[in-house]
Ligand binder design. Structure first.
Ligand SMILES: Cc1ncc(COP(=O)(O)O)c(C=O)c1O
Length: 428
């Protein structure tokens, strides 16, 4: 039995073998230099072209380039006309801003538990949470897997609710052949450093709806009503933010988008390789992908089956130690979110802007209960999952994917030797 790298054994993957993300070449240099030497460094040709190219690539009528995915999510909320005291349903397990974007417009999140196998919003739990205050459902296409959109859209249509897709991690993922970001009223993508499509930072808002687009435009640029290609009059017709992005970043995003098919195919091949080669390991649950979905493998998530390993105490510590042992073998393995959303202080305190606002809006807080036991699947998932991200991204190919499999197998072959006290103490 080979010694684990975390205890001083030889790593399966050496640091120099894994190439960094995102790959940059001459095509990026050319477009970024073109932007750098242009007269206009704020919005210009590259912003407008990126918006057209992204909309065409994803199949949307409108796209707006923003300075973050969070800005694009806030634009979704405002675009749908959601306002003070409204309720918006959102999954209990996601990135913080999947839910704080609701607070940005003085509305209140109502959390819905996840399905443990898909880690996505459980459509069967949505209807019980709908009240006369409910205006929208935010569906997070988490880790690059799409939720059961037919089920969500049917509930939304029945109750006259907007559907907002948080597609920040889901570039290119599909459900029944439809792309993430085309299945609700509007959607947000992120282009931050870790995303499958990256320009360092940035986001893209998309919609096919003219009115939502107009509302989103206002929020995006100081409350002005000029569309992106029109001359501005610098008048605040509504409360707006400054959510636009610049030419250098737009040029980088355009260059990366041109390579997206290659990135997507590489990640798909690597993720599928892991699916085919990590079966039958005691104590390890592989990702579950419904037949209707094409996962983009933004995050390849494994779960520890504690019952199969006979572990009942300090489960999160055991998971952290396994994760550290895999990382020590050279795989970028981490815990993606160890908190569920309702656990975060801003929600437990019910205070975003001081004075308990927006929960203190008369009547708005009625029936809102963020007790953690309401979300058993999200809690269970947050304790047992591990995420693998960048090791599987282009230009790393199947040779690296094979080593990832070897590293994970090595740790699970030695699972009896994984000692959280020793490992977590040493990593402090
Ligand atoms: C699911 C999800 N939603 C929203 C965001 C926010 O994106 P950004 O970091 O670009 O604001 C992220 C990114 O971290 C995310 O993963």
């Amino acid at each position: 039995m080979q010694e684990l790298a975390i205890y001083g054994g030889t790593r399966v993957i050496q640091p120099e073998e894994v190439r960094s993300w995102p790959p940059v070449d001459k095509s990026d240099e050319e477009l970024v230099l073109d932007a750098l030497y242009a007269k206009n460094q704020t919005r210009g040709k590259h912003n407008l072209e990126l918006e057209k190219e992204f909309a065409a690539w994803n199949g949307n009528s409108h796209a707006l380039f923003t300075n973050s995915g969070t800005a694009a999510l806030h634009m979704c909320i405002a675009g749908c006309g959601i306002g003070a005291g409204d309720h918006v349903l959102v999954t209990a397990y996601s990135w913080s801003s999947s839910a704080t974007c609701i607070l940005h417009h003085d509305a209140l999140p109502i959390f819905i538990d996840i399905d443990f196998d898909t880690f996505l919003i459980d459509p069967d739990k949505i209807e019980a949470a709908i009240t006369p205050r409910t205006r929208a459902i935010i569906v997070v296409q988490l880790h690059g897997l799409c939720a059961d959109m037919d089920a969500v859209n049917a509930i939304a249509a029945k109750h006259n609710l907007y559907v907002i897709e948080d597609a920040c991690q889901a570039h290119g993922a599909t459900y029944k052949g439809r792309k993430a970001g085309t299945m609700g009223h509007c959607a947000a993508f992120s282009l931050n450093q870790n995303k499958c499509l990256s320009s360092g930072e940035g986001g893209i808002f998309v919609t096919d709806d003219e009115e939502i687009y107009r509302n989103a435009c206002k929020l995006w640029s100081f409350g002005e009503t000029a569309r992106p290609e029109q001359a501005r009059d610098y008048h605040a017709y509504a409360l707006g933010w400054m959510y636009r992005n610049n030419e250098l970043t737009a040029a980088f995003a355009r260059a990366q988008l041109k390579k997206y098919d290659y990135y997507f195919d590489t990640l798909r091949a690597n993720g599928d390789y892991l699916q085919d080669n990590l079966g039958g390991i005691k104590g390890l649950l592989q990702p579950y992908v419904p037949v209707d979905c094409v996962h983009n493998w933004y995050n390849y998530n494994l779960r520890i089956d504690f019952d199969a390993l006979g572990i009942s105490d300090n489960r999160p510590s055991f998971r952290d130690a396994v994760c550290a042992a895999i990382a020590a073998e050279g795989v970028a393995c981490s815990v993606w979110q160890r908190f569920i959303l309702p656990e975060m202080t801003v929600f437990q305190a019910k205070n975003a802007y001081g004075h308990g606002y927006p929960w203190s809006i008369p009547g708005a807080d009625e029936g809102i209960d963020y007790t953690l036991e309401n979300y058993p699947n999200a809690l269970r998932y947050s304790e047992c999952h591990m995420s693998m991200v960048q090791t599987l991204r282009a230009p790393n190919g199947l040779d690296i994917a094979a080593k990832v499999v070897a590293a994970i197998r090595k740790v699970f072959d030695n699972i009896g030797r994984v000692d959280p006290d020793r490992i977590l103490q040493e990593s402090k």
